[in-house]
Design a protein around this ligand. Structure first.
Ligand SMILES: Nc1ncnc2c1ncn2[C@@H]1O[C@H](COP(=O)(O)OP(=O)(O)OP(=O)(O)O)[C@@H](O)[C@H]1O
Length: 625
């Protein structure tokens, strides 16, 4: 049976193109400029094998002209042009890419710069055009031709006059409608913005006639508007430049120009990777937290370029959430783009790049921890919270990547330290990494629970952010040393102390049971403390939820009233203890009063609310009178 070829329904295909492939109309300019750049590239490649062509860079450019009166926008290039046959096959058949064929024919191994591959970009002009005219003269011919189409009714090709080799694409813009404004594509400023956004790094000059004010001759403060031809694109992307040619100021200027932030970046990373996937990237570690950083509105992502043409303004898949503060861009010629060039077809290459980038960022931050602590601390003040979120995220899946990037305030050093630095100072008989939680370093320092641990000469990490303890609990240990809160039931001290407390427990059984009865569900237990020295009382917690975590969980919108299992600890060496035993022996009401007061005091020290402030103040008065 004969196999018949499918006939492409060009008109419908064109309609689909115009209405559904692209998300933004402005993209048409990017596509036509990319075609113009490809056409000049082809001239360059031709000159390599054809002696009759000399490639003098100055003669090769792209020019954009807007004619407001006639609603015409012209994209002109001095590239290779098209013959009559090429016009027919390249612009007469949708999805036929002369550029792809050129790349294959010429077997340009390094011809990755040629952008076209799908054979559709040109037709995006019909998103904004009533008619498109292409006036072109091939480098291989003396004749010029004109291609003309209004999209719907096909196209015509006829001989034309054109002096120089190259192509002019002339768009007759559609009339404005109620919903759509096509005039914007005649506006000098708007055109310039679109070029800067997508095509800033096209390697050939993109010229425009720009109106500029100029001081009038022989006048003061009087200006006249004159039109001058300007090159509007930067041409050479900074990431393609040699690192040795660039100074920190150049990167900072790029950061500002790209509006990555209003601050100055603390560090930058310029990557040129030539491995399983080739890419170039410039990444920045910002100094300041963007105002919306810790809100839902913040969008993470890096700019993604393919062959120096912008594909996505924020590609979120290039950065893990815990490094969402990183700004910058990636350019790769190995991306498999979808037909609109606004997305990728599949993300294998992107995943490879993302993995690579993640490791590079991690190593950069680690090197800052080690060699540039001052800047790292500045960074950490802005984004440390995000790193701690990262530890906790995905059930701790990323903790190994992040644990050495964490800093906590040290009781000993009185500054931020890493976990590794803490470990290096641990004495032989210290088995745990101790930490204490509270609203501020000052308050933590005064916590009664820290007394005994400090007295033993052990260092304590002060955790003052709500996320801290959650992150620590996710880490569970560092280099085999478990974390222990100074407020946890068991401090992990030597056995003798435990024995002491057991003995005391025995002696005080009656007192503590009575006190526990008085406090009811407010505490899980009342017991003699092994951690207090000068303070009479403190609260500790048993189980997974600490008192600090209870505070955080209680403040959340979906508060499920999760409570820590609180233990009221009494310092049996404190005078208050005698008062308690006396009260137990002689005055039950007094014991009740003292117990309630001590519990409320312990709550206040912990920063917990006193359940009934009126009852509490009344109790205080009772003691006084
Ligand atoms: N300015 C130009 N000068 C010379 N040839 C051109 C020009 N514009 C388009 N062409 C030819 O027309 C072909 C089709 O262009 P079109 O923009 O539709 O697709 P493409 O650039 O090949 O691929 P893509 O859809 O990936 O951009 C090109 O491959 C090229 O051969």
């Amino acid at each position: 049976m004969a196999v018949k070829e499918f006939q492409a329904e060009s008109k419908r295909l064109l309609d689909m193109m115009v209405n559904s492939i692209y998300s933004q109309k402005e993209i048409f300019l990017r596509e036509l400029i990319s075609n113009a750049s490809d056409a000049i590239d082809k001239m360059y490649y031709k000159s390599l094998t054809d002696d009759s062509i000399s490639f003098d860079r100055d003669n090769f450019y792209i020019k954009i002209t807007a004619d407001q009166n006639n609603r015409l926008l012209k994209i002109e290039d001095t590239g290779i042009g098209m013959s009559e046959e090429e016009l027919e096959s390249n612009l007469g058949t949708i999805a036929k890419s002369g550029s792809l064929a050129f790349k294959k024919e010429t077997e340009i191994k390094d011809g990755h710069d040629i952008i076209g591959q799908f054979g559709v970009g040109f037709y995006s002009a019909f998103m904004v055009a009533d008619t498109v005219t292409v006036l072109t003269k091939s480098a291989d011919s003396k004749e010029a031709f004109k291609w003309n189409s209004n999209g719907a009714d096909g196209y015509t090709i006829e001989p034309a006059d054109k002096k120089h080799t190259g192509t002019e694409v002339i768009i007759k813009l559609r009339e404005n409608t109620e919903d759509e404004n096509f005039d914007e594509f005649l506006d000098e400023h708007r055109i310039k913005t679109i070029i800067k956004k997508y095509s800033d790094f096209i390697r050939y000059p993109i010229k425009m006639d720009i109106t500029v004010p100029k001081p009038k001759e022989s006048t003061e403060n009087e200006f006249e508007e004159i039109v001058e031809e300007q090159t509007v694109n930067s041409m050479v992307p900074i990431w393609r430049k040699n690192k040795s040619e660039l100074k920190t100021e150049d990167y900072e200027a790029f950061y500002a120009e790209k509006h990555y932030g209003f601050d100055k970046p603390l560090k930058h990373l310029h990557l040129s990777v030539d491995g399983a996937v080739r890419y170039q990237a410039i990444l920045f570690i910002p100094e300041q937290t963007p105002f919306d950083y810790y809100t839902k509105e913040f969008e993470k992502g890096l700019e993604l370029y393919s062959n120096s043409v912008l594909i996505m303004e924020k590609s979120p898949d290039l950065l893990p959430d815990y490094f969402s503060f990183v700004k910058g861009m990636v350019d790769s010629e190995d991306l498999s783009l979808n037909i609109s060039r606004e997305m990728l077809q599949h993300d294998r290459q992107l995943q490879l790049i993302a993995k690579n980038i993640k490791n590079k960022i991690k190593n950069l931050l680690l090197s800052m921890v080690k060699d540039d602590r001052e800047n790292y601390e500045t960074f950490y003040r802005s984004f440390g919270r995000q790193l701690k979120f990262g530890v906790q995220m995905d059930f701790g899946a990323h903790k190994d990547d992040l644990k050495d990037l964490l800093l906590f305030y040290s009781s000993k050093e009185k500054k931020l330290v890493t976990l590794s630095e803490y470990i290096s100072r641990m004495s032989e008989n210290q088995n745990y990494i101790y930490y204490a939680t509270g609203d501020s370093y000052d308050r933590i320092e005064k916590l009664p629970q820290t007394e005994m641990v400090l007295d033993k000469g052990y260092e304590i990490l002060y955790l003052n952010e709500d996320i801290d303890e959650f992150a620590i609990k996710t880490l569970r240990e560092y280099e085999g040393k478990e974390f222990k809160s100074v407020a946890s039931g068991d401090l992990g001290f030597e056995e003798e102390e435990e024995k002491k407390s057991e003995k005391e427990e025995e002696n005080n059984k009656e007192l503590f049971e009575k006190m526990k009865d008085i406090l009811g569900t407010r505490v899980k237990d009342v017991r003699a403390s092994t951690r207090l020295k000068t303070h009479p009382v403190c609260l500790t917690a048993e189980g997974e939820v600490s008192i600090e975590m209870e505070k955080v969980l209680q403040s959340m919108p979906d508060n499920q009233n999760i409570q820590a299992e609180k233990v009221l600890e009494i310092n049996t060496d404190h005078e208050i203890y005698n008062s308690l035993t006396n009260a137990l022996a002689s005055d039950e009401e007094k014991l009740k009063l003292y117990t309630n007061l001590l519990f409320n005091q312990a709550c206040l020290i912990e920063g917990l609310p006193v359940e009934d402030p009126v009852a509490f103040t009344n109790d205080m008065c009772k003691v006084m009178v």
